[in-house]
Design a protein around this ligand. Structure first.
Ligand SMILES: NC(=O)c1ccc[n+]([C@@H]2O[C@H](COP(=O)([O-])OP(=O)(O)OC[C@H]3O[C@@H](n4cnc5c(N)ncnc54)[C@H](O)[C@@H]3O)[C@@H](O)[C@H]2O)c1
Ligand SMILES: [Zn+2]
Ligand SMILES: [Zn+2]
Length: 374
């Protein structure tokens, strides 16, 4: 079938994107779903920093590619052998499809599924092929989702059926920002009531982590960003203290106000200096969680001595260490009970033609979550 989609053919184009137009809205061919695959009509898709790093080339992707990986939609057709979702179901795709059979899946860690990770790196679906093409040229799928598109063919193993009562523009956020940020707090860190937390980087992922820290009953919550507007929103969402990372002696000031550092510090900015700050504001015996994802060459140095002598822990968190079919309905339930006000995380609703400008806004730090409405 012919569909409209946002295709990225070249990364690293000059800013502003509203002039260089890295994303072109094209009519492309989408082949029908194969065995175990589902055709989803995308109704809403969120813009994530992980899309921006595909556009600016910080984390290279195979080209051409339809990007976007945070979405909600309606099942419009199913391929052979599909069970568990039917035409008309409202669904959210997880951006790691999970095979159910590899060692990671067997150990209950589907976010680390080996075949799904390999497919995502190659820009294909789970069987190593693509359903998108134009004029005989294959087009890759971003993270098995390829969400900036009217329709997408997605592995049934990625899809989570959701309560149709939740609107698509809210539901989309659960596919990445909420799954990642909330999961970092409740799954990766397991913050207990009364424990202190710092969130470093207040985009969709970091603000979701902040909401989860509030919902978990964290004792003292410190929010850090380089953008004053984000700090103001963090205070409105429940942060007790906010700090601009560019403030002189920022680390010392956070350590002073938290009486020696926080139990858990979350890095959700995707820049090494933010992880460095998060490590330095973590207390003795505490845990630093890295959820931001910079380019493959980014690294930090840390004190070997402090790691050992202070019994410190550093943990990575990918897709919120989630089990999508368990966690997405759980987080939606918290939202519906007003315990996770994720509707506060959206700043713009946009159309296809506004995508390039929306990524300028993200790069300039001028937006919260922006949602493409289809
Ligand atoms: N681990 C995962 O599974 C996963 C999933 C989704 C996104 N991510 C990554 O998480 C990061 C955040 O994604 P997002 O969509 O929320 O991004 P975003 O662009 O919406 O927000 C990033 C925030 O970090 C702030 N920031 C930048 N430099 C900073 C610094 N030095 N100190 C403190 N704050 C700083 C920015 O001002 C902005 O508010 C990205 O690296 C993204 O690729 C990881
Ligand atoms: Zn994302
Ligand atoms: Zn697997």
């Amino acid at each position: 079938m012919k569909i409209r989609a946002a295709v990225l053919r070249e990364s690293g184009k000059a800013r502003p994107y509203v002039n260089s137009l890295p994303l072109s809205i094209e009519e492309v061919e989408l082949d029908p779903p194969q065995r175990g695959e589902v055709l989803v009509q995308i109704k809403a898709a969120g813009l994530c920093h992980s899309d921006l790093v595909a556009i600016n080339g910080e984390r290279p992707k195979p080209m051409p590619i339809v990007i976007g990986h945070e979405a909600a939609g309606i099942v419009s057709d199913v391929g052979p052998g599909v069970a568990g979702v039917d035409v008309g179901d409202h669904v959210i795709p997880a951006y790691v499809a999970s095979c159910g059979h590899c060692d990671m899946c067997r150990e209950g860690r589907p976010a680390l599924c080996r075949p799904a990770t390999a497919a995502n790196l190659a820009g294909t679906l789970m069987d190593g092929t693509m359903r998108l093409h134009r004029n005989g040229q294959r087009i890759h799928h971003h993270s098995g989702v390829a969400a900036f598109s009217e329709y997408a063919v997605i592995s049934q193993n990625a899809l989570v059926r959701i309560d149709p009562e939740i609107s698509f523009e809210q539901a989309a956020l659960f596919g990445c920002a909420v799954l990642t940020g909330v999961g970092a707090v409740v799954n990766t860190a397991k913050v207990a009531p009364g424990q202190s937390a710092a969130i470093v980087g207040l985009g969709g992922v970091g603000l979701s982590a902040l909401l989860a820290a509030v919902a978990s009953g964290a004792g003292q919550i410190v929010a850090v960003d380089i953008n004053e507007a984000k700090l103001k929103i963090a205070r409105q969402l429940g942060a007790h203290e906010t700090f601009n990372a560019n403030l002189e002696n920022c680390v010392e000031k956070i350590r002073a106000v938290t009486h020696g550092g926080v139990h858990f510090a979350f890095e959700t900015a995707g820049v090494p200096s933010a992880l460095d700050l998060a490590y330095r504001v973590t207390r003795r015996g505490g845990t630093t969680v890295a959820a931001g994802m910079p380019g493959p060459d980014a690294s930090i140095t840390l004190s070997h001595l402090s790691l050992a002598a202070e019994e410190r822990t550093i943990k990575g968190s990918y897709m919120g260490s989630c089990v999508p079919s368990r966690d997405i309905p759980r987080y939606i339930g918290l939202y519906q009970d007003h315990k996770l006000p994720i509707d506060r995380l959206t700043s713009h609703q946009i159309e296809f033609g506004e995508l390039n400008g929306a990524f300028d806004r993200m790069a300039d730090g001028e937006a919260l979550r922006q949602i493409l409405i289809l």
